[in-house]
Design a protein around this ligand. Sequence first.
Ligand SMILES: [Zn+2]
Length: 265
Amino acid sequence: MSWLWGALLALTVVAVSYKLRFLTLSGAVVAFMMGWIVFGFGQFAFSIVMLFFFFSSSLWSNLGSAQKVKLTTNAQNVNQRDAWQILANGLVPTLLLIFWFNFQESIFILLFLISFAAATADTWATEIGVLSKSEPRSILGFKKVPRGTSGGITILGTMAGFGGSVAIVILGLFLFSTFLPFPFTWQNALLAAVLGLTAQIFDSILGASFQAKYQCLKCKRICEEGKHCLGAGTELISGWKWMNNNVVNFLSVVIAVFVGWLVAH
Ligand SMILES: [Zn+2]
């Protein structure tokens, strides 16, 4: 795709997403740049994989948003992605695509798909899992935890994550084996799907262990961000301050890609 068409397509997608309130303004700016790079450098196959991740995740985010508002601290942003959230999931695949463009080695196609399998698994698991009727349990020790707690898992969320990973990998297998000059094998697809699920598990483990958790000084609820009730402070009760949800997502994508690279070698 030419750069001009890439820019126009990215602008269209981002404008529609902003209008639908899938993105904050900062999220829209970053998503535009990322979209431009992927549409411009990549071929149609890469672009479709990225769009599938983005639109499926945004749609799931909007599912049951009234219920989600109760669980999150920042009601306004409950289903709008900001720049950091976009970067957490999209930076690694964008870099991999630039590598692929420069080196034309098929390993980067596999790693690109792994990174999106990981991001899709995480996002679907979070957005769908939070709507589970059963109470989540911590991935470490299986103790019951309040809904929305990082590291809490449900059967619904785990199945959703696996479904997301498999769905994007099947799409990738079809697109990459049809439209690219490299043989993209079913073994590659299987590896990507498994690593998507692995990343989701890793995400939950990090969420349960090192991710920062705060308690609101007013309502005493546990929250992920340093802000909760208006005008009241929060206190860090566990985890590391810098290890927020975006860092956890970013790290799980990086780990999945790294393991994929090791296995493929
Ligand atoms: Zn509060």
